[in-house]
Design a protein around this ligand. Structure first.
Ligand code: ADP
Length: 353
């Protein structure tokens, strides 16, 4: 069996798969590092002591053992790693070089990569012989041409890694997997969850995506602004200081900033002008960015929606597609987002079992 690990700052989500990708069990430890750590996995649902990621993963392995799944039955552990930088552009087996690459990409994802590394190191300490694999949230977009990824800024700044990377790559890879041999040539894919992005997928490869250096760019999101002029960002940094400006743009903006709530269900139910404006902004900008992605592919043959909003909200899909009706009849698909399964699939493809 393959254990998929998604290590966040205070939580570790896990999913256990058989080699045929059927899910055996999934769950998480939350509250890591705090007084209220809790495990919810299979039949386990209890408070635990989890001062760090190592203790949390130990609790997860013990919980599996108590439910009849021993560490011996795990053939591999596969990690979700948010940022692979410019060097880690394929799923891979974790070696010292890969760990060094994840460390090198940490300045690009300072809030995420250290947690992913903590998960990798904790498994290495708990089960030193375990094969470990990594799938990177940025890697699917490594096929974007330079003209799409480069910001038109001075050489010396570009040399610092300031360019577009794109995110949600595991979700887009999963969409491609789901089409099997029916993949349309030019697919416009929307991942609409609390984070939202879109991707132009040409013959199965990403050629353009709406997120950039960070996940802030592109579509209006739950709490992120989406695209905003850099000078407006600098003005906000002048007013609030850089850290507070960053917090406002990432945590207090988007649907929350416009509509007062980051939950699309609440906004759709609210029926107030403010909530309606937030929803309209979300759909309008999703379609505006779609126009750019369609240009990058020279047209579009099909559209796919995924993520909590994309999967569940027909009214939002319809409103976005109504902005795109000039395209004529384009088939619209809905795909369930299961990034964990893509990570397990990557590990299986790399020979984990
Ligand atoms: P995350 O990016 O955190 O994984 P999800 O993909 O679960 O988030 O998406 C969360 C968003 O999906 C929330 O805005 C939530 O309101 C929205 N959502 C979930 N179900 C529905 C629904 N039936 N209609 C509209 N929005 C929904």
């Amino acid at each position: 069996m393959i254990l998929v690990v998604n290590a966040g700052s205070s939580s570790i989500k896990v999913a256990l798969f058989r080699a045929d990708l059927t899910e055996v069990m999934a769950g998480q430890v939350s509250g890591i590092g705090g007084p209220l750590a809790h495990i919810d996995l299979g039949t386990d649902d209890k408070d635990i002591a989890a001062p760090d990621h190592g203790a949390a993963l130990n609790a997860i392995l013990q919980s599996f053992a108590a439910q009849g799944i021993t560490t011996d039955q795990l053939t591999a552990v596969a990690h979700r790693v948010v940022h692979g930088g410019t060097s880690l552009v394929q799923p891979c087996r974790i070696t010292d070089d890969v760990i060094a690459g994840i460390e090198a990409a940490t300045p690009l994802a300072p809030l995420h990569n250290p947690n992913n590394l903590a998960g990798i190191r904790a498994i290495a300490a708990l089960a030193p012989d375990m094969a470990q694999f990594a799938s990177f949230g940025t890697a699917f977009h490594a096929t974007n041409p330079d003209v799409a990824t480069a910001y038109a800024i001075p050489d010396s700044d570009r040399a610092m890694g300031i360019r577009r990377y794109g995110f949600h790559g595991l979700s887009y890879a999963w969409i491609v997997t789901q089409f099997e041999d029916k993949l349309p040539d030019r697919l416009l894919a929307f991942h609409l969850g609390s984070g939202a992005s879109l991707c132009a997928i040409h013959k199965g490869q990403s050629v353009a995506t709406s997120m950039g250096y960070s996940p802030l760019d592109g579509l209006t999101m739950g709490t992120r602004s989406g695209a905003i002029d850099g000078m407006a960002v600098l003005r906000m940094a002048d007013i609030h200081g850089a850290a507070e400006a960053s917090r406002r743009l990432n945590k207090d903006s988007g649907l929350k900033g416009l509509g007062g709530a980051n939950d699309m269900r609440l906004l759709l139910a609210a029926d107030t002008p403010k909530a309606k404006f937030a929803v309209d902004h979300f759909c309008y900008w999703a379609a505006r960015h779609a126009g750019s992605a369609i240009v990058a592919m020279g047209g579009v043959d099909a559209v796919a929606f995924t993520g909590g909003i994309g999967q569940n909200s027909a009214p939002i899909r319809d409103q976005i597609m109504s902005h795109l009706k000039f395209l004529g009849d384009v088939p619209v698909h809905v795909v369930k987002a299961v990034e964990e399964r893509q990570i397990a699939l990557d590990a299986v493809t790399l020979g984990a079992v």
